[in-house]
Design a protein around this ligand. Structure first.
Ligand code: ATP
Ligand code: PAF
Ligand code: BAL
Length: 281
């Protein structure tokens, strides 16, 4: 498996040419969720295609400097996981390799990023879209795999591909969870044992709320379940239309119940789909 730290090195490794190049963009601190994305990329690439994993903690998508500073960076372990699950190469650049000091172009999505993480992490999706477009261009990928855990990110990337006519197939991957239901996330390693135990409530709350058939009951059930822990601070808890990601006042169409919750300074996200209940709208 090759490792490129610079753009010229990457170009060099790509010069052999292959019809299929599948990219798995990550920020490292890889866990079984990422491993599963890499394995899916391998499946799509077949034996002749190329699977590239990018490992880059993208500074311009962080809204809190402490979150960026504390983001885990276990590169040696990450490289082992990439190799084990079938990557052909890893692109792991430093920030000054990716961005020009006088960078003046940013990609902004102006609809799907209005709510949820886009509202509570200002500038986050500008940073995501900008780096993902650069990674698509640098790797010349024909397809890229993204996790459904970050469903707003997935929707925005799909919109960017559509609106900018990018020739990249977007391959989604379902959320991988710990045995107790907590969505796997690189930030989970930063939870204290007490907060880790409480964080189980997030998925339990979403699952319990899903059994109700009115927007009011769903919201109330999820909120009380999460807030039953004194440690939890809800950043947002929202029912949104599954297509537009705008607030859904009722269940006349399929919706998504999504949340971001702080345990100390660690912010976790999760969501669940809610079927339409037109009779209650
Ligand atoms: N539990 C998971 N199941 C499926 N895909 C996941 C999971 N966790 C992350 N991914 C996907 O992996 C890719 C890289 O995500 P990233 O490196 O930010 O990891 P992360 O675990 O989401 O970390 P964090 O949310 O703490 O930044 C994204 O497409 C993301 O959706
Ligand atoms: C897509 C991504 C790698 C862009 O930095 C990041 O947002 C992530 O890891 O989900
Ligand atoms: N997986 C989302 C990347 C971030 O939280 O910045």
């Amino acid at each position: 498996m090759w490792i490129a730290n610079t753009k010229p090195q990457l170009r060099n490794y790509l010069s052999s040419g292959s019809e299929k190049i599948i990219l798995v963009p990550t920020m490292g601190a890889l866990h079984p969720g990422h491993a599963s994305l890499i394995a899916l990329a391998r499946e799509h690439a077949g034996k002749d295609g190329i699977v590239i994993v990018s490992i880059f903690v993208n500074p311009i998508q962080f809204d809190r400097s402490s979150d960026l500073e504390k983001y885990p960076r276990p590169l040696a372990e990450d490289l082992e996981i990439c190799e084990k699950y079938g990557a052909d190469g890893v692109f792991a650049p430093e920030a000054n390799e990716v961005y020009f000091p006088d960078r003046s172009i940013t990609v902004t999505e102006k609809s799907l990023s209005e709510n949820l993480c886009g509202a509570t992490r200002p500038g986050h999706f500008d940073g995501v879209c900008t780096v993902v477009l650069k990674l698509f261009n640098l790797t010349k990928c024909t397809a890229a795999v993204f996790g459904e855990k970050d469903f707003q990110q997935l929707a925005i990337i799909r919109r960017m591909v559509r609106d900018l006519d990018l020739d990249v197939e977007i391959i989604p991957h379902p959320t991988i969870r710990e045995p107790d239901g907590l969505a796997m996330s690189s930030r989970n390693t930063r939870l204290t044992p007490e907060h880790r135990a409480d964080a189980v409530r997030i998925f339990k709350a979403l699952s319990a709320a899903r059994q109700f058939t009115s927007a009011f009951d769903i919201f109330a059930a999820a909120k009380s379940h999460i807030e039953a822990s004194d440690h939890a601070k809800i950043d947002y808890l929202s029912l949104v239309d599954a297509n537009t990601l705008t607030p859904a006042p009722d269940l006349s169409a399929p919706t998504i119940l999504a949340c971001a919750v702080f345990y100390g300074d660690v912010r976790l996200i999760d969501h669940i789909s809610i079927p339409a209940h037109p009779q209650n709208s």
